[in-house]
Design a binder for this molecule. Structure first.
Ligand code: C5P
Length: 236
């Protein structure tokens, strides 16, 4: 595999061309940001851990019939994925109140929701990724209603698969964010699935094992990411 030129650099990942025009290389960095880039840092080994964890989740989801961009884990920090045209919408699914949902409604964190809440956010850094609804998406002309149907339906399926699987590892899936794109006209799950993009709590103690440890200065950030990696058996 030939590592070509870098075509994109995000907050946590870099994207490189490969010798296959249909595939790109994702390279996971140790950099971490929160609050729209207002807080920056690095977490030792995060890129290695998130590459392993994301590869693990993508393989699990593909084995359950979810179409994802994942092709293979290349090395410690590298993952080969199908090249997507990204749909600029973040889909957030929530099972337990936390973060911006808890803040919006004045709820305490940890309240189990009667059914999962699915939210859409417009992926636009300059606007701070605002919460939108389907009619905003139509007005912005960023996704067709049929595409939103597929994205929301897939996000709900992903939630069921991950929630049930994580329960066997004594983990609660509090909430998570997904991104989608199209490849040769087909909608696929893209981006990453990791403690950067999900809230994972220990099922017994409710200890936070995700990026909230960085956002809220709780300490032991690397240890929390490593704990997720260990419980998934990514070291095996
Ligand atoms: O901050 P908020 O409560 O809205 O986040 C909901 C979920 O989406 C969390 O798991 C968070 O890590 C994830 N998220 C993300 N990227 C964003 C916004 C939220 O991964 N830009």
């Amino acid at each position: 595999m030939e590592k070509g030129k870098m075509i994109h650099e995000g907050k946590a990942k870099q994207l490189f061309l490969t010798d296959n025009p249909d595939e790109v290389l994702v390279w996971f960095k140790d950099d971490v940001t929160a609050f729209d880039g207002g807080k920056k840092g690095t977490i030792q080994s995060k890129g290695i851990l998130n590459n392993s964890i994301s590869s693990f989740f993508f393989e699990l989801l593909q084995s359950r019939g979810i179409s994802t961009h994942f092709v293979k884990k290349l090395d410690e920090r590298g993952m080969i994925v199908k090249r997507l045209s990204i749909i600029p919408i973040e889909i957030v699914v929530r099972n337990i109140s936390a973060g911006s949902l808890a803040k919006r409604f004045g709820w305490e964190e940890g309240r189990r929701l009667t059914k999962p809440v699915v939210e859409l956010y417009y992926k636009d850094d300059a606007l701070g990724d605002p919460l939108i609804n389907r009619s905003h998406a139509a007005a912005l002309d960023i996704a067709a209603p049929t595409q939103l149907d597929v994205m929301e339906d897939t996000a709900c399926k992903v939630n069921l698969i991950l929630e049930r699987f994580l329960a066997t590892k004594n983990l609660l899936l509090v909430d998570f964010k997904l991104e989608f794109g199209t490849h040769k006209g087909q909608i696929m799950l893209g981006d990453e699935i990791s403690p950067d993009t999900c809230r994972f709590w220990d099922a017994i103690t409710n200890e936070k094992l995700d990026k909230d440890r960085f956002r809220r200065d709780l300490g032991n950030v690397e240890e929390a990411y490593r704990e997720i990696w260990l419980r998934l058996g990514c070291n095996a």
